[in-house]
Design a protein around this ligand. Structure first.
Ligand code: ATP
Ligand code: SF4
Ligand code: MG
Length: 330
């Protein structure tokens, strides 16, 4: 059974009218609401202990999907199942456990860690509040968590600004881990770090995976970052999953033209050559996404049908999903 499954999840944001639109409205002009389709019927699953990489350009909806999966934001449509059940239908106790089971780690620990709290409180607050530990064991539990993520427990009384970027990333991870989650949504969790520190934090994520049987939704705009750690990779383009398959498939023989373009943009150490034509053009605005296949204005294989019909995400081989009309050709 899947640990987490997003089913037909959509998210729309209504942008507030800007000043010009407000003035036009006051003068009697019709004001059109700007609706951002951040996610459009997204299906995605993560099995217990599995690492799923979520890759896409800026604005493709990665963080929105991550926040919905972690329960920090509600979907406009569709549902998120935890162990096969819609979390909203669970009784209060089970619902609380289901939400605690999915924790989020953010890109910029400086803005996600309260600068006025000591590390002991940052890590210890939630487990105490949710009854994961009692007050008597709270201090030793914080020490244990700090040891687990490679921080010296002697620094528990310090504040976030007294740590390096890599250490702050570890504090964010310890805070997430402290409520004993089954899964971590890591949203660009290493993007702000130096390359050598990135490798250390990835190693920590992978050690925690083995030690605690943790699953991950590992969000990155960089295919190169997820290639070493993900079991499966989902490629997101303008709010739609365009390909979802085993990492070795997506990285070696991607099916979707957008995945091919992403891969082509990834520098190859072995050959120094690009395997496919590089990606051209800007990502279109999610305020006004192209009709049909969202990728058609940039796709080198676009056919007339592509600007009319949305290609559904279909299984093209066992466990390999892709959303491209080219797969219908015999
Ligand atoms: N609270 C919000 N209000 C209005 N629009 C939003 C809101 N949150 C996200 N969006 C819009 O939804 C779309 C998807 O945003 P999201 O942050 O999920 O993308 P992302 O893939 O995480 O991008 P990045 O790589 O830059 O982090 C964007 O167009 C964004 O502007
Ligand atoms: S459906 Fe058409 S436009 Fe979209 S990726 Fe496939 S060939 Fe390209
Ligand atoms: Mg984001």
């Amino acid at each position: 059974m899947n640990l987490i499954e997003a089913r037909r999840v959509s998210k729309r944001f209504v942008r507030k009218p800007d000043l010009a639109a407000k003035i036009a409205g006051m003068l009697g002009a019709p004001v059109k609401q700007a609706v951002v389709h951040a996610l459009d019927h997204v299906d995605l699953s993560v099995a217990p202990g599995e690492v799923v990489g979520l890759v896409g350009e800026s604005g493709s909806g990665k963080s929105t999907l991550g926040r919905i999966v972690a329960g920090l934001q509600d979907a406009s449509d569709g549902e998120v199942m935890f162990e096969g059940k819609d979390r909203r239908t669970l009784d209060a106790d089970a619902r609380k456990r289901a939400y605690l089971a999915v924790q989020m780690v953010f890109q910029d620990p400086m803005s996600s860690l309260n600068p006025r709290l000591r590390i002991a409180d940052i890590i210890g607050e939630a487990p105490l509040f949710h009854g994961v530990v009692g007050r008597a064991e709270a201090r030793s539990y914080v020490s244990e968590m700090m040891n687990t993520v490679g921080l010296n427990p002697a620094y528990a009384e310090r504040y976030p600004h007294q740590f390096s970027g890599g250490q702050r990333a570890r504090i964010g991870i310890a805070r997430a881990l402290a409520v004993k989650p089954r899964m971590i949504v890591a949203d660009e969790a290493i993007a702000a770090l130096d390359a050598s520190i990135q490798a250390q934090v990835i190693n920590l994520f992978m050690k925690l995976r083995t030690d605690f049987d943790l699953a991950y939704l590992f969000i990155s705009h960089d295919l190169g970052v997820v290639q070493h750690i993900a079991d499966r990779v989902a490629i997101l383009y303008l709010g739609r999953v365009v390909e979802f398959a085993a990492a070795e498939k997506v990285l070696a023989t991607p099916n979707h033209p957008y995945s091919q373009a992403l891969l082509a943009n990834m520098p190859r150490v072995e050959t120094g050559k690009h395997a496919f034509a590089p990606l051209e053009g800007e990502i279109p605005s999610p305020l006004d996404p192209p009709r049909g296949c969202h990728f058609h204005p940039r796709c080198p294989h676009a056919m007339p049908r592509c600007s009319e019909e949305v290609p559904p995400l279909k299984e093209i081989a066992p466990g390999w999903m892709s959303a491209c009309h080219l797969n219908d050709r015999a």
